[in-house]
Design a protein around this ligand. Structure first.
Ligand code: NAG
Ligand code: NAG
Ligand code: NAG
Ligand code: NAG
Length: 463
């Protein structure tokens, strides 16, 4: 009954494999036999237990692929010693390899086996790793949100994630101090979700891909939302982030951009729609020019309104504080928020986000991003009422809560309340005036492209 079920095929091994085999099952086996270490011909009793079976030290064990010799048979019975060069084998996290094997990949790092048997790995911080996931798992309850291991992030360096998955620069002080708008208070509901209030008019999460273009996505999607809202669905347009990526000057394309320049561009130049300028997650040559119309830019014209002009927005203004932001969202639609991103945010799966101690590293470990705030709510957790914002990210709908996330509200978590922008669209003049939605909207809607809302809300910076 010897044989068919055998573990090993020593004879077929290369020297390297044989060496690995010996490392995995260090023996001794034949050498440990009491009377005769090695036996002639076939002797089924000339065996030693190994793992869950037996290995043999008789000559019969050498049968090509079906051999069942013990790991030390060659050395003990035949006197063959592996050459010193090829005797080297390294082990890294239970994985055996030699200096002759290709490097092995361990998450975002690679490891090589040195001739002296030591292993050297690159030492980059990965977007996610076992330690972070384990810590977030332990902290789950106290944090109020859960984490998951996204395949998309595994194997990527954190530096790569910070540049290519975010991409909004922190505003300069001068710009930060721009005109702020104070909304008249009034009672605010305890929860509000723009996508329920204006059903079908709020853009869901898109995926910026591996391109640091959140500055272009948050700007274009917020502008699109506001066109749809203010026109009551007549101007449902998906404005093209690609146009910004290609055309806004003094930005760094997929390496990031400033929100103020983005808004200045939308105000002065105007935007075309996605179909006319599809997103490719890379910078390309700008094909929309300042005096273009939708016709000269070769875009299809919308069917519901007689628009030929590009889609322009009035000047951006910033919101002061929590209640101002809430009033703005409720009265006029989604807003754009700058946000500081820590490493744990990438692994967010659901719940109310706050950055954790697991990811509170040095300053350079965080970077800025921009997202849309579309509403708010509150949730009772034990005796505590936790207030949150509802936000839409630009990492696709596979991330977070269908592309969205909730984050603590009222405590400037991740600086999310420190730089919140809004702007109003020049909807087409044929859209009917909406009487009961607030002064600013009447002003814009009632008069088409002019007068400029900047008469009420002075523009950003010097623009
Ligand atoms: C070591 O193994 C490699 C490939 O397995 C072989 O090309 C080389 O000649 C061997 N070197 C020695 C010293 O045996
Ligand atoms: C995370 O997922 C990747 C593949 O998607 C897998 O290779 C890796 O082992 C997982 N890591 C942990 C810690 O679960
Ligand atoms: C927000 O700012 C406005 C004025 O800009 C002020 O009336 C209001 O009380 C502030 N709200 C909070 C919560 O600080
Ligand atoms: C559409 O707009 C163009 C130019 O803006 C104008 O010449 C044309 O008469 C308009 N058509 C309709 C049906 O309003």
């Amino acid at each position: 009954m010897r044989n068919l079920l055998l573990l090993f095929a020593l004879a077929a091994f290369t020297a390297v494999e044989a060496n690995r085999f010996r490392q995995e099952f260090p023996g001794p086996y034949c050498a440990a036999r009491k009377y005769d270490s090695c036996c002639r011909d076939r002797q089924d009793g000339c065996a030693q237990p190994i793992s869950t079976t037996l290995c043999y030290c008789d000559e019969f064990c050498e049968r090509g692929e079906h051999g069942d010799c013990c790991p030390d048979y060659e050395e003990v019975c035949l006197g063959i010693v592996a050459g010193p060069d090829n005797a080297t084998s390294c082990v890294h996290k239970n994985h055996y390899f030699t200096p002759y094997d290709p490097v092995i990949v361990d998450n975002c790092n690679t490891c090589k086996c040195n001739l002296d048997g030591s292993v050297i790995c690159t030492d980059d911080v990965c977007m996610v790793d076992e330690d972070l996931l384990r810590q977030l798992g332990h902290l789950h309850r106290s944090l109020g949100w859960s984490a998951t291991n996204y395949t998309e992030w595994w194997g990527r360096k954190y530096d790569e994630g910070k540049v290519l998955r975010l991409g909004t620069f922190q505003p300069k002080h001068r710009v930060k101090a721009m005109k702020r708008l104070s909304n008249k208070g009034g009672s605010l509901p305890s929860r509000f979700d723009a996508s329920e209030h204006w059903t079908g008019l709020i853009a869901e999460a898109r995926d910026q891909g591996w391109c640091g273009s959140s500055w272009a996505f948050s700007t274009a999607t917020m502008a699109s939302d506001r066109f749809a809202i203010l026109s009551k669905g007549r101007e449902m347009v998906q404005l093209a982030p690609q146009q910004m990526l290609a055309c806004v000057r003094r930005q760094r394309g997929c390496s990031g951009g400033h929100l103020d320049s983005a808004w200045q561009y939308v105000r002065k130049n105007g935007m075309v729609n996605e179909e006319c300028y599809p997103y490719i997650a890379a910078q390309n040559v700008c094909k929309v020019h300042e005096d273009d119309t939708l016709i000269t830019a070769n875009c299809e014209l919308p069917v519901k309104v007689n628009r030929t002009h590009l889609y322009k927005m009035g000047p951006a203004y910033s919101l002061n504080n929590e209640t101002d932001i809430m009033t703005e969202i409720k009265d006029r639609g989604t807003v754009q928020a700058l946000m500081r991103v820590y490493r744990d945010f990438f692994s967010y799966r659901g719940g109310i986000y706050r950055h954790s101690a697991a990811a509170t590293p040095a300053e350079e470990r965080s970077a800025y991003h921009s997202v849309r705030l579309i509403g708010w709510g509150e949730e009772r957790v034990g005796y505590e009422v936790v207030k949150y914002w509802i936000a839409i990210n630009s990492w696709g709908q596979w991330w977070g809560e269908n592309g969205r996330f909730r984050i603590l509200r009222g405590v400037n978590e991740c600086e999310i309340e420190s730089y919140v922008l809004a702007a109003n669209p020049y909807v087409h003049e044929h859209v009917q005036t909406v009487r009961n939605v607030g002064e600013l909207q009447e002003l814009i809607v009632g008069t088409g492209y002019v007068p400029h809302p900047s008469r009420r809300y002075p523009p950003y910076g010097r623009g």
